[in-house]
Design a protein around this ligand. Structure first.
Ligand SMILES: Cc1cc2nc3c(=O)[nH]c(=O)nc-3n(C[C@H](O)[C@H](O)[C@H](O)COP(=O)(O)O)c2cc1C
Length: 200
């Protein structure tokens, strides 16, 4: 069994359609800790020691956020700049996070097809996540394939329910260590590993 820490960032959650549904899936689960970073730190005054303690208490860290300018909302960058300290997360004796897992949970306006080399966005999500993947690698963490919800503007109520079900399945599988390393290494998106009949 694994403990999952969800670090959530959405600067306008009251207007959100998809994340409102996704975060419901983390409710009332003894092995999942949910943190809304904008709610915790409205002035970006991040409590580094507290965040590091939480990381130590968990095995898998999920960064859940809308895709903003091919990246994350600003507080996630601030969190990474402050919390992933030298000699703690990386560098000499910086092994606090070694062996833990890192995964991104991303919603984006662009379609799956648009995130391809011939597509409008010219790069895949995996390529755009290269700095994040390398950050995880430098911290000796295993970088998991992301959970991605595409085309958010076109999703209807049914699609949003399905995305919620898919996220729940993935959260349960992560807690129960049901994905094998081979499956994780092969999957483009972690969405592809659960049996919910809909691709976003
Ligand atoms: C400031 C800003 C930047 C955005 N940048 C991107 C982007 O780079 N790529 C993309 O596909 N969608 C982009 N979007 C669309 C959001 O990702 C999309 O609206 C969000 O995932 C929807 O989730 P929500 O309903 O929970 O807010 C952007 C939206 C905003 C407001």
């Amino acid at each position: 069994m694994s403990k999952v820490l969800v670090l959530f960032a959405h600067p306008a959650l009251e207007k959100s359609r998809i994340h409102t549904r996704l975060i419901e899936q983390t409710d009332d689960h003894p092995d999942i800790t949910f943190r809304d970073l904008y709610e915790e730190y409205p002035d970006f005054d991040i409590d580094v020691k507290r965040e590091q303690e939480l990381l130590l208490q968990h095995d898998i860290v999920l960064f859940q956020h809308p895709f903003y300018w091919y990246s994350s909302p600003a507080i996630i960058k601030e969190w990474q700049d402050l919390v992933l300290e030298h000699k703690w997360a990386y560098g000499s004796n910086g092994t606090a996070l070694a062996g833990k897992k890192w995964m991104n949970v991303i919603s984006c306006g662009g379609s799956r097809q648009s995130y391809s080399i011939p597509g409008l966005n010219r790069f895949t999500i995996k390529q755009l996540l290269a700095p994040v993947e390398q950050t995880a690698t430098l911290c000796n963490m295993q970088f998991l394939p992301p959970f991605v919800i595409h085309g958010t503007h076109l999703l209807d109520a049914h699609d949003i329910r399905v995305a919620g079900t898919q996220y729940k399945e993935i959260l349960n599988a992560l807690v129960e260590d049901r994905f094998t390393d081979t499956q994780l290494a092969k999957a483009f998106y972690i969405n592809d590993l659960v049996n919910v009949p809909r691709q976003f």
